[in-house]
Ligand binder design. Structure first.
Ligand SMILES: NC(=O)c1ccc[n+]([C@@H]2O[C@H](COP(=O)([O-])OP(=O)(O)OC[C@H]3O[C@@H](n4cnc5c(N)ncnc54)[C@H](O)[C@@H]3O)[C@@H](O)[C@H]2O)c1
Ligand SMILES: [Zn+2]
Length: 358
């Protein structure tokens, strides 16, 4: 087992990689604890849950709403939970986001921790203290920054994940590699088959290296004033594609990173050889690299992006493939405003380039 720490203004957090769900009580102060989980995780793993009250929520992005938080508050009231109670979220990113928000707000804040059960949540969602829900169709519109006491990443639980969910998590690992860890990039290139097959040693390394990078950024910019924004690499196009296609988050971000890589090359930051290398790795991780909709579809969604500022949108661009040095700003990425008109030109160029390769 490996342990990492986040030391942030809103609290400290311990990330335990390779610890098992069965040991979770060791990390909780004595007293009452309540588990929040979803129906899938409960069906698969409730026999390993510690003896606590359990609140089960449904699954899917559609339930990440204030209504679900309200239901959780209702159950906590029924259970006569008080300020000394501890809340444990056991699940993927959706359970962790909702649990963290409900726990942070109920009775002005209860202590909470996560057992993270999806690869995406282990490498990304459960780490960093962003807890929130969607509102009025907008993603993660309402929420708080607040660190869980612990995040337990039980790698054995990943064995029951559908393959599409594993690939989604690997997409975020690749993002961390592109942004800040050239060694991780090479490791992924050499071990992509083992990664897809969930080889325990390879997965442990990927989760650990990802959390090292994310924890380091969060330690320096918890509230996303500057550097943490770079973790959104590929996500502006990704969110547009998520809206316009059947892609899940990881698939959409994979294509988004490809377009953002191309854009970085257009700006003269990245060589086209690097863009090809990014595409090859994503393809080897069984992730898509081609948008299934025409440029106009993407542009339409970008025009509605809540982060749009007038005619401009902030983009994370890569200057080179991750040569990040810990405790130093990510030297390899920049955040720049790009106008929608320029984007239209670049997107058309991307589609032409993409067609010429296939
Ligand atoms: N807070 C953050 O910083 C942050 C960062 C990235 C993503 N997110 C959020 O995370 C969410 C996505 O997280 P996710 O991909 O983990 O999705 P998820 O929580 O929906 O889990 C995916 C599916 O896998 C099931 N599942 C969970 N664990 C399982 C297991 N061990 N075996 C079999 N099935 C299992 C779930 O029931 C669900 O159906 C999004 O809402 C996104 O906004 C948050
Ligand atoms: Zn993401």
């Amino acid at each position: 087992m490996k342990t990492l720490r986040i030391l942030a203004n809103t609290g400290n957090s311990r990330i335990l990689i390779g610890e098992t769900l069965g040991n979770v009580l060791e990390y909780i102060p004595p007293g009452e604890a309540v588990i929040v989980t979803d129906t899938n995780v409960s069906n698969l793993y409730k026999n390993q849950f510690p003896p606590c009250e359990v609140i089960e929520i449904e699954t899917g992005e559609g339930i990440k709403t204030l209504d679900t938080v309200r239901d959780i508050y209702g159950r906590l009231v029924e259970m006569e939970v008080d300020r000394s109670s501890f809340i444990i979220g056991i699940g993927g990113g959706i359970v962790c986001d909702i649990t963290g928000f409900a726990a942070s707000t109920f009775l002005r804040g209860l202590e909470f921790g996560f057992v993270s059960t999806t690869l995406l949540s282990q490498v990304d969602a459960s780490v960093g203290g962003k807890n929130g829900v969607n509102f009025d169709g907008y993603k993660n519109m309402v929420g708080v920054f607040n660190q869980p006491q612990f995040v337990l990443c039980d790698l054995d639980l990943l064995k029951t994940l559908p393959e599409r969910e594993i690939l989604c998590g690997l997409g975020e690992v690749a993002k961390h590699a592109f942004l800040g860890d050239a060694r991780l990039f090479t490791y992924l290139e050499e071990h992509h088959e083992q990664a897809v097959a969930l080889d325990p040693e390879v997965i442990e390394r990927l989760v650990y290296d990802s959390v090292v990078l994310k924890a380091d950024i969060v330690n320096r910019d918890e509230k996303e004033k500057g550097e943490r924004r770079k973790l959104n690499f590929g996500h502006t196009f990704g969110h547009a594609l998520e809206i316009q296609t059947d892609f899940n988050h990881g698939e959409a971000v994979s294509v988004g990173m490809m377009i953002a890589g191309f854009l970085s090359a257009g700006k003269g930051y990245l060589g086209m050889k690097d863009v090809e290398r990014i595409g090859r790795l994503l393809g080897n991780l069984h992730l898509p690299t081609r948008p299934p909709v025409e440029p106009e579809g993407i542009l339409r969604a970008l025009r509605k992006d809540k982060k749009r500022k007038g005619n401009n949108i902030h983009f994370v661009l890569l200057r080179e493939i991750g040569n990040f040095v810990l405790l130093r700003e990510i030297g390899t990425a920049v955040v720049e405003e790009i106008s929608l008109d320029e984007l239209e030109v670049e997107l058309n160029a991307f589609y032409a380039w993409d067609r010429s390769r296939h």
